[in-house]
Write a protein that binds this ligand. Structure first.
Ligand SMILES: [Zn+2]
Length: 224
């Protein structure tokens, strides 16, 4: 296990040290994200967080994902509960080649950790809401080099790489209809184009509300 360092000041204490908690609250919250009704972000992307996320993706320090998800959920429990309420939780898929080499999708790992954190906050197990996690979007082809291509071409190319995976079994509780609300989960928000494409696919397949929950964003957050 890596030592815990504050992702804002580097102090060896916890991922958000006592001194930097104000900074965390100021910078985490909702951002305006193309194609999404609401998008909640936990952290502003910086060098230290980049390092922490790389440890999750490439060195297998899964517990870091759990701890960062825990901080996000604890700080914004009401908002996370709203996003989860009557929603199907969908991790943003990885390209197949990446999934094969990495062995796991960090967005799916984050989704599981977020649900585990929310459940652990509810002390009465009987009162826990059933959450529906289903990776119903798949990536069908590897998007190769995009250098020299224009923005529209890149967008069409990327758009064609995402599809609904109709073979995925959705673990719906007995008697419950398929929700019309979706919560997309991803690790990093940069241009937002992947989330926007995923949201488009969901809307064209009958979803009425599509929200996002992202661990870190390169954009400044805007608050509630
Ligand atoms: Zn700090």
């Amino acid at each position: 296990m890596l030592p815990k360092f504050c992702i804002y000041c580097g102090r060896l204490e916890s991922f958000v040290c006592v001194r930097c908690q104000g900074l965390f609250y100021e910078k985490s919250g909702f951002i305006a994200a193309k194609g999404l009704d609401n998008c909640l972000v936990g952290f502003v992307y910086n060098k230290a967080l980049e390092y922490a996320i790389k440890q999750i993706k490439y060195a297998g320090y899964y517990r870091i994902a759990g701890q960062l998800a825990g901080i996000l959920v604890e700080a914004h429990a009401a908002q996370v509960n709203d996003l989860l309420n009557d929603a199907i939780v969908i991790p943003v898929p990885l390209a197949r080649e990446k999934l094969q080499s990495r062995g796991f999708n960090q967005a799916e790992l984050l989704a599981r950790e977020i649900l585990a954190s929310i459940n652990s906050q509810q002390s009465n197990p009987a009162a826990r809401q059933p959450h529906i996690l289903a990776p119903i979007i798949k990536r069908v082809s590897h998007t190769t080099t995009q250098v020299g291509k224009n923005k529209d071409w890149r967008r069409r190319n990327l758009s064609a790489a995402f599809q609904i995976d109709f073979e995925v079994q959705i673990p719906l509780p007995a008697g419950q209809n398929l929700p019309r609300k979706a919560l997309l989960i991803d690790d990093i928000y940069t241009s937002g184009i992947t989330l926007e494409i995923c949201a488009d696919i969901l809307r064209s397949n009958g979803f009425e509300q599509v929200n996002g929950l992202v661990l870190a964003s390169a954009k400044k957050t805007i608050g509630y």
